[in-house]
Design a protein around this ligand. Sequence first.
Ligand SMILES: Cc1cc2nc3c(=O)[nH]c(=O)nc-3n(C[C@H](O)[C@H](O)[C@H](O)COP(=O)(O)O)c2cc1C
Ligand SMILES: CCCCCCC(=O)C(=O)O
Length: 371
Amino acid sequence: MTPPALLTLDDYRKFSEKNLVKLARDYYESGAEQEESLRRNISAFNNLLIRPRCLRSVENIDTSIDWLNGKKSVFPVGIAPTAFQKMATLDGELSTVRGAAASNSIMICSSWSTTSVEDIGKEAKIVGATIWFQLYVYKDRAITESLIHRAEAAGVEALVLTVDTPVLGRRLKDTYNKFSLPKHLKFANFESNTQAEMPKGHVGESGFMQYVSSQIDPSLDWNTLKWIRTKTNLPVIVKGVMRGDDALLALEAGVDGIIVSNHGGRQMDCTVATIESLPEVLRAVDNRIPVWMDGGVRNGRDILKAVALGARGVFVGRPVLWGLATSGSAGVSAVLGLLQSEFYHALQLSGFRSIKELQNDKHAIVHCSKL
Ligand SMILES: Cc1cc2nc3c(=O)[nH]c(=O)nc-3n(C[C@H](O)[C@H](O)[C@H](O)COP(=O)(O)O)c2cc1C
Ligand SMILES: CCCCCCC(=O)C(=O)O
């Protein structure tokens, strides 16, 4: 069936809901606890207002940006890692990587994918996509080390260490639903490792929470990051930094980039929004390494605001799942294409012809409290 006109990401969200069973929909949509952070990530963008320039000849706009170490991206939006994509569509992560390639975006693959990193890597080579690999650190370091080496061999270009998940946030809907990976799906990076195999079916309160507390290392600290550094020559990016002081520690630990993130409001609830944390992290980093953000980006104006503050780019999580559940790889590239055209349009309407020009204008946006 041809989907109706889908004009906004919210249209994709609503349309995709029909294609998802409740267990999957709740898992994808949930935030932790009372979902304050989830809502604030989105609403905080509204406190930033754009100050448009006029009469600036906006016929040609350059949305490209140096994404990492000189590698260009045609527009500043990447795909955040999200687990268990085969709950959204048959081909799961393979559809996402195809959608990423079709829209010249980059994909961060989750440690907890339902397609192995090797299979995603093979497909990425065929379709010409850039992939990074997101890492969770297991109590059993041999599992973590083997994941790093497998990701390297699969052709990933950077490792993304998630640092906001020492333990799992309490997502109430998942607990009510007794969420676990549906029986027909695999925890694909761990198939051969029964130790790390997630319990199947509805066990106890949430099979997911049980698995995390038995396997994931809550003692993760800055030394763990140094240990990871000794295991790979790939750039290491930390995802989940929310404060300037932690950004300075990340710099000291020698990271190659930071993603300001609160895990889409799925971990600690009642946090500041990521767009509110971004300026403090940027001040601390002072242009020494790239800083991206994710959380609540839902249109081209949000991208403009984050980039105007100084972000190298943004990542989107749930919107890609909505595209995936709407129409597989075509849906992913449609969602990314929509963001790209909205960003282009927002630059035109506000009189900025390139990201450089936007970032050089220190008054492009204003916080509403300053009016
Ligand atoms: C269903 C779902 C699964 C996620 N899985 C992962 C994951 O495996 N690893 C990770 O680092 N972050 C994970 N995240 C967090 C995202 O990478 C990202 O931080 C968040 O979705 C950004 O917010 P947004 O959904 O508002 O764009 C997940 C988020 C969602 C919604
Ligand atoms: C160590 C926690 C693993 C959570 C995996 C998936 C995820 O990040 C999410 O559901 O959010």
